[in-house]
Design a binder for this molecule. Structure first.
Ligand code: SF4
Ligand code: SF4
Length: 413
C-alpha cells in the first residue's frame, strides 16, 4: 500500500515505538481481513466517526461471555470485516506459554478467524480479533478440545490476572500464579454467565510495585505485603555505601514515612518497621541489601477503575493484612469476595461498579454490610467533617447500664 493511500494511518507509523499499522501492513498482502481492517480504520479517521457496532448477542453454547459481537456499517465497502467478532481466551496465570501452545492457538485462529491477535487485552486475555458468526462455535470447540477456555466479558467476573510473581521475582510476597489459577477455577460460573450489575475485575500483584496495575485497574486489587521486618543485610549496605552509591538521597530521603535511620559514617541502616508502609522503594533501590519480610500475606483493596460513569478511581484499602492459606483453598478471601458481590449485586444500579456504589452509599455502610471492621489503614485522607453519626443499634446498646456509664464518661449524650 503506497504511503498516500492511508495518510492518517501513516501518521501512526511515525515515532520510535512499535506500530500496529506497520505490523498489519505486513499481513495485508496475504490476509484480506487485515487489508479491509486498515481501510475501515482510515475511513473512520476521515469521517471522524466509528464504523463498528459494538456488542451484540453472538456467543457459544452455555456461555454468556467471552465473545464480543462486532459488525461494520461499511460491510459493502469492506466485506472481509463486515462481521468481525472478537473472542477472548483466558490467559495462563502470569502469561507463561510454551511455543507449542502458542502455535496451537494460532493454528486454531487461522482456521476459524482473521489470524490477527492482540497479546494481551487490558484485562489480560488473549484477544482473537475477527471472525464470523458461523465460525464461533467451531472455533470454541477447537479451543476447548485443546485445553483453552474463554475469558470474561459483559457484566460478569472478568478474567483474573496476576504478575509473574514467584516464578521470576524475588519481591513476590505470595504465590500470585497459584492464587490466580485457583480463583479462576473456583469462580467459573461468575466468569461465564453474566448476572451482575456490571463488570468485576480481580488483579493480583505480588508486592506493592504492582506490576499488573491492580490498584488502578481492578475492582478487587490483591497486593502482596508483609507484617514483620524488612530483612537487612548490613554487609551489602556497606558495599553500596563504599561503592559511592548515594544511600542518603536516593533511598533514605525518599522513604515516604521517614522511617529509615542511616549513619553516613558507618553506613548503619535501620528501619522502624512499625512505621514502614511497605512501599518497596528502599528494596527496589538496594535489592542486594534489602528484602521483603518473612511473614507475608496480602492487602486487599477495592474499587479501582477507569473513567466511565464516575471519574477514574484508585482502589481503597479494606483489609490491611490477610494471611493466605493454600491448604484451605483461600477460604477466607473467597468468603469475603462472596459477601462483597452479594452486597454489590443487591444494591448497585445497572452499570455501577463496586467502587462507585461505595462512593454513593459510603464506606461506612459498605464495611458494616459486608462485616468488616474499620481500621486506620483505610483512611484515605484526613477527615474534613467534625460530625460523627452513631448507628441506631449503637445508641440502643448505650441504653444498657454498661454503655450508659461509658457514654457519661465520654460525655456522649
Ligand atoms: Fe515482582 Fe512485585 Fe512486580 Fe509481582 S508486582 S512482578 S512481585 S515486583
Ligand atoms: Fe520506607 Fe518504603 Fe522502605 Fe518501608 S518500604 S522503609 S516505607 S522506603
Amino acid at each position: 500500500m503506497s504511503e498516500n493511500k492511508r495518510p492518517m494511518l501513516d501518521e501512526l507509523k511515525k515515532g520510535k515505538w512499535p506500530s500496529f499499522v506497520t505490523e498489519m501492513e505486513k499481513e495485508e498482502e496475504k490476509n484480506p481481513a487485515a487489508k479491509d481492517l486498515l481501510g475501515l480504520l482510515e475511513t473512520s479517521f476521515e469521517d471522524n466517526t466509528v464504523h463498528w457496532k459494538h456488542g451484540g448477542i453472538v456467543g457459544v453454547t452455555g456461555y454468556g461471555g467471552g465473545v464480543i459481537g462486532r459488525y461494520s456499517d461499511l460491510g459493502h465497502k469492506y466485506p472481509n470485516v463486515a462481521e468481525f467478532h472478537t473472542m477472548r481466551v483466558n490467559q495462563p496465570s502470569g502469561w507463561f506459554y510454551s511455543s507449542e501452545t502458542l502455535r496451537k492457538l494460532c493454528d486454531i485462529w487461522e482456521r476459524h478467524g482473521s489470524g490477527l491477535t492482540n497479546f494481551h487485552g487490558a484485562t489480560g486475555d488473549v484477544i482473537l480479533l475477527g471472525t464470523t458468526t458461523p465460525h464461533l462455535q467451531p472455533c470454541f470447540n477447537d479451543l476447548s478440545n485443546n485445553g483453552f477456555d474463554l475469558g470474561g466479558s459483559g457484566s460478569n467476573l472478568r478474567t483474573p490476572s496476576a504478575c509473574a510473581g514467584m516464578a521470576r521475582c524475588q519481591n513476590a510476597c505470595i504465590d500470585t500464579l497459584h492464587l490466580c489459577h485457583d480463583i479462576t477455577n473456583e469462580f467459573q460460573n461468575y466468569l461465564h454467565r453474566p448476572m451482575w450489575p456490571y463488570k468485576m475485575k480481580i488483579k493480583i500483584s505480588g508486592c506493592a510495585n504492582d506490576c499488573v496495575a491492580a490498584v488502578a485497574r481492578a475492582d478487587l486489587s490483591i497486593v502482596g505485603t508483609w507484617r514483620d521486618a524488612i530483612r537487612i543485610d548490613q554487609e551489602q549496605v556497606n558495599e553500596y555505601g563504599k561503592s559511592g552509591y548515594d544511600i542518603l538521597n536516593l533511598v533514605v530521603k525518599k522513604c515516604p514515612s521517614h522511617c529509615i535511620s542511616f549513619n553516613q559514617e558507618t553506613f548503619e541502616f535501620k528501619v522502624d518497621d512499625e512505621n514502614c508502609v511497605r512501599c518497596m522503594h528502599c528494596i527496589n533501590k538496594m535489592p542486594k541489601a534489602l528484602r521483603i519480610g518473612k511473614d507475608t500475606g496480602i492487602t486487599l483493596l477495592i474499587g479501582g477503575k477507569a473513567t466511565i460513569v464516575q471519574s477514574a478511581f484508585l482502589s481503597w484499602v479494606i483489609v490491611p493484612f490477610m494471611k493466605l492459606n493454600k491448604e484451605d483453598g483461600y477460604a477466607e478471601l473467597k468468603d469475603l469476595f462472596e459477601r462483597i458481590w452479594d452486597w454489590w449485586d443487591e444494591n448497585a444500579k445497572v452499570r455501577e461498579r463496586v467502587g462507585e456504589l461505595i462512593y454513593r452509599k459510603g464506606m461506612r455502610t459498605f464495611l458494616k454490610e459486608v462485616g468488616l471492621e474499620a481500621k486506620p489503614q483505610m483512611v484515605k485522607h484526613p477527615r474534613a467533617n467534625p460530625y460523627f453519626f452513631w448507628w441506631p443499634e449503637e445508641i440502643a446498646e448505650m441504653n444498657n447500664d454498661t454503655f450508659k456509664e461509658a457514654a457519661t464518661d465520654k460525655e456522649v449524650k
